[in-house]
Ligand binder design. Structure first.
Ligand SMILES: Nc1ncnc2c1ncn2[C@@H]1O[C@H](COP(=O)(O)OP(=O)(O)O)[C@@H](O)[C@H]1O
Ligand SMILES: [Mg+2]
Length: 386
């Protein structure tokens, strides 16, 4: 019997949400997870260290294609896999751009995708010069290892990042930091797309993403009232990046819609992305199913919307003890139309624990329903959100 076996490195919620479509399609999903009690433990899971070449190589032997729940696997290990004839999707060459924001900025510049003004800086003097030229405030990022706003700072003076510029820390970050102009933006957008190695490309409607303290809080699909030329520009940018960098699987292009009406690329993710969770219920084919199809080089599914509007709200831990599943009885009674997703993680302040999705006809009512369900599920007092 024909078998399709996908190996996912990383056992977080993204791997977890691949389980349902894999089950539906009869695809065997195997996960290499950092710990036994992972979000993806419902799949066939092997516990192991993704920075250990032998562990990753052995894991890869048992699957047709290796893909990812996060972008932190050392590229040297992935190229060893590739040299051994193992399919890695996205390839190590493509993934380099999602691992390292400096590599990404250079590549985007080369292919003509719109960047904010940026510079690689390796000393306080170089950063001072950049602040003089583009300040008073600029953004400084660690090129590797950042997520959920960790590794991103608003900076007025080089001393605001003296810890990152310190010799050993700077060396561990690759010797350079990424300085960017602080973009004045109307809002943040995300363009999701998928591409197969044989070339087929599919995109979803561009979405609006709202962050709170650097973490995605709500997503609205499609981005309300986006001028049509920006809707098509956004897909053009995603297609250009996807084809030029030979991305396979899901690609999320995070963008700014600037005050002056331009699109600028913020960063790239080459895997299912938080901004695409709405697609589980909101689209004919979810980003998780599409990722599996794309990395197996199977025909892509329709990305058509099921209803005109989809809104997703993240459940972000507001205490280290609050087990919000205890609120299921009253919340499910009150919000029968809301789809609740829980990632099986223990509560912790600031941790992404789950999300809710609402489909409908009006952005305002979907947003209100999603946010109030999310807040009540977490037990947040609406009148006093602190
Ligand atoms: N150049 C910039 N100008 C203004 N805001 C920025 C800039 N870069 C990042 N940000 C803000 O910081 C957030 C996190 O930055 P990002 O590079 O996406 O890091 P992460 O990898 O943590 O998601 C962005 O979603 C945006 O709100
Ligand atoms: Mg980001």
């Amino acid at each position: 019997m024909k078998r399709y076996r996908v190996g996912v490195i990383g056992g977080g919620q993204l791997a977890r949400m691949m389980i349902t479509p894999a089950t539906n399609l009869g695809i065997e999903l195997r996960v290499l997870s950092e710990q036994a009690d992972s979000s993806a433990k419902l799949a066939t899971t092997q516990v192991g260290d993704y920075t250990n070449e032998k562990t990753v190589m052995e894991f890869a032997q048992g699957v047709d294609v290796v893909t990812f729940d996060h972008e932190h696997v050392p590229l040297a290990i992935l190229s060893k896999l590739e040299q051994a004839g193992i399919r890695v999707q996205p390839s190590s060459k493509a993934l380099a751009h999602a691992q390292n924001k400096l590599v990404m900025r250079q590549a985007l510049e080369k292919i003509g995708a719109p960047n904010p003004i940026w510079k690689a800086v390796s000393s306080a003097t170089e950063l001072k010069q950049f602040i003089n030229d583009h300040g008073p405030e600029v953004i400084v990022k660690t090129p590797i290892g950042g997520y959920d706003g960790k590794g991103v700072r608003v900076v007025k003076s080089a001393s605001d990042v003296s810890d990152w510029l310190d010799g050993p820390t700077l060396a561990s970050l690759g010797g350079q930091l990424l300085a960017e102009q602080k973009v004045s933006f109307k809002r943040e957008l995300s363009q999701l797309s998928a591409r197969r190695s044989s070339g087929e490309f599919a995109s979803w409607p561009v979405v609006e993403t709202r962050q709170r303290q650097g973490v995605c809080s709500e997503v609205i699909s499609p981005a309300p009232e986006l001028p049509v030329h920006l809707v098509s520009k956004s897909v053009e940018i995603a297609k250009l990046i996807s084809e030029s960098l030979d991305v396979t699987g899901m690609l999320a292009v995070e963008m700014f819609q600037t005050d002056s009406g331009e699109l600028l690329v913020n960063e790239l993710a080459m895997r299912p992305h938080n901004s695409g969770h709405f697609s589980i219920e909101g689209s004919v084919t979810s980003q998780f199913e599409q990722h599996l199809r794309a990395v197996l080089d199977l025909p892509l599914g329709s990305t058509e919307a099921v209803r005109p509007i989809a809104v997703m709200a993240n459940l972000i831990g507001n205490s280290d003890t609050n087990d919000y599943l205890e609120n299921y009885p009253q919340i499910m009674l009150k919000f029968p139309a809301v789809k609740i997703h829980s990632y099986g993680k223990s509560p912790r302040v600031g941790r992404k624990l789950g999300h809710v999705t609402v489909l409908g006809e009006s952005t305002a009512s979907c947003l209100e329903l999603a946010v109030s369900c999310r807040d009540q599920l977490l037990g947040i007092n609406i009148a006093n959100p602190e």
